[in-house]
Write a protein that binds this ligand. Structure first.
Ligand code: ADP
Ligand code: MG
Length: 483
């Protein structure tokens, strides 16, 4: 392999998309990433967001449907796995139970026809690397889960890969062993100097171990940054919600460095134009509890949980729920004031969650969505439009409207949609694919039967995967014509 500069990218993914042929599912969508030689990069995201699929494409077990993968600047998109200087450690330690530890580690080397002396030396070195000296002749069944996973790591490293891929390697271990192994893996990475690409759904693990975190959701990158970046400067509400604990509120800029949310006006450090709709993120440790008369806003304590190092205190303030972390306790029913320091408030421009969808025009010139006739007049949408006696519609110049060329888009705000669990009600049905608590309400993403995502605000707690109907009043919709 040719030498490249020390700070060069070892791996690059360019517009990588994976669509599974059998069900058409897009597991990874336009993924762009650069990994530097020697970096510890972590893919972090909820189950099903495409982490394993991305890793499998880097390893060569899956081929991208679109896009390119470069290794040291050269395309390897369809190179078979064994021709890549890359090894993978999986969650379930796929050791061979009938072989002893030496043979398990040496498996790859034996296939390369390396001499027994060299193999023995390498195995010894690997065992010392994973802190299991003298384990050569033990059988797999005598090892604990943590020890087995160390052997799996030794087996991957003995091939001297340029890149080690680790897919939730600690997922099957108990908490204490997991924390121990996190530190060991990190130390191993620093010692070996090779590139690690690590997959986890555990944000604490990602924050502890990584140089760079790639936060993913539904096949797409949400943010790439250092642990500090993604924790302190989340790019959107999903990242804020997923990383660490957050209070998330919607609000509005009320002046220079002034923001209003949760029924109070606060000073902040983000200079956005007055009137901008925003999302404010406040970490529980930045919520200061004071006497009621001293707070910018006031509320009542609804719950107190002891967490070992601190108390987690939940406060109801009007419609908003605020979680605080404090070394001092409180009692449910206590009246408290809340203060927020400007640098404890992170302000982001609110994502526009307006739902836009195409509606049909039926043969009676009525608007329809998902087979439901909407009580809206088509003639009003067309400037000067008139209905003729034969039912057709003509525009201002008297020309008959060509239905085939007319596309009507409807849009509706998330707060104007109501969810129902009834199969009879609602214009369309779907399943909840994401939910984020935003202080006074939840933001739900509903993946509908027509494969569209709708955003809905609702005060009630529904569960991921729940099947719901969307009640969308036609008077809350606005229509526009798209040719
Ligand atoms: P993660 O590792 O983040 O949990 P995966 O990459 O395993 O997620 O899967 C992402 C999505 O792709 C999931 O919804 C999964 O069901 C789907 N998927 C994974 N493999 C296949 C496959 N071979 N065929 C069809 N869909 C798949
Ligand atoms: Mg996975």
């Amino acid at each position: 392999m040719e030498q490249t500069k020390d700070n060069a990218n070892i791996i690059e993914l360019k517009h990588v998309t994976k669509r599974f042929e059998d069900n058409g599912y897009i597991a990874v969508n336009d993924f762009n990433l650069e990994v530097k030689r020697g970096e510890f990069v972590t893919f972090l995201g909820p189950s099903g967001c495409g982490k394993t699929t991305t890793l499998r494409m880097i390893a060569g077990f899956d081929i991208p449907s679109e896009g390119e993968i470069l290794l040291n600047g050269k395309p390897i998109t369809s190179l078979p796995p064994y021709e890549r200087p890359i090894n993978t450690v999986f969650q379930r330690y796929a050791l061979f139970p009938h072989m002893n530890i030496r043979d398990n580690i040496a498996f790859g080397l034996k296939q390369k026809k390396i001499s027994k002396d060299v193999i023995d030396k390498k195995v010894k070195r690997m065992l010392s690397l994973v802190d299991l000296e003298g384990f050569e002749d033990r059988s797999v069944s005598t090892l604990s889960g943590g020890q087995q996973q160390r052997i799996a790591i030794a087996r991957a490293l003995v091939n001297e890969p340029q890149i080690l891929l680790l897919d939730e390697p600690l997922g099957a271990l108990d908490l204490k062993m997991r924390q121990e192994m996190q530190l060991e893996l990190k130390a191993m990475h620093d010692r070996l100097g090779i590139t690690f690409i690590y997959v986890t759904h555990d944000q604490e693990e990602a924050l502890t171990m990584s140089d760079k975190i790639v936060v993913m959701s539904e096949g797409q990158i949400q943010q790439i940054g250092t642990p500090e970046d993604v924790y302190n400067e989340p790019k959107n509400a999903f990242v804020a919600d997923f990383i660490g604990e957050s209070n998330i509120f919607s609000g509005i800029m009320t002046g220079r460095l002034k923001v209003r949310f949760c029924g109070g006006e606060f000073e902040c450090l983000d200079d956005l134009q007055e009137g901008t709709h925003i999302t404010a993120v406040v970490r529980p440790e930045d919520v200061e509890l004071v006497a009621p008369e001293k707070g910018t806003i006031r509320g009542v304590v609804t719950s107190v949980i002891f967490k070992g190092m601190h108390y987690e205190i939940t406060i109801q303030s009007g419609k908003n729920e605020i979680v605080a972390r404090s070394t001092k306790t409180a009692r449910p029913g206590d009246h408290v004031g809340i203060c927020l320091d400007p640098d404890g408030i992170h302000v982001m421009v609110a994502e526009d969650h307006t739902n836009t969808f195409l509606v049909d025009i039926n043969k009676d010139y009525r608007l329809e969505y998902n087979g439901n006739v909407l009580d809206a007049s088509l003639t009003k949408l067309i400037p000067g439009g008139k209905r003729q006696e034969d039912g057709t519609v003509v525009d201002a110049s008297g020309e008959t409207i060509d239905l085939g060329r007319l596309h009507i888009m409807a849009s509706i705000q998330p707060g104007d949609i109501e969810m129902t669990d009834s199969e009879e009600e609602g214009l369309i049905h779907g399943n909840i694919s994401n939910l984020i608590y935003q202080g006074s309400h939840y933001l739900y993403i509903i993946h509908t039967d027509l494969e569209q995502d709708f955003a809905v605000y609702d005060e009630d707690l529904w569960n991921m995967g729940d099947r719901v109907g969307l009640i969308m009043p036609v008077e809350k919709m606005t229509f526009s014509i798209r040719k």
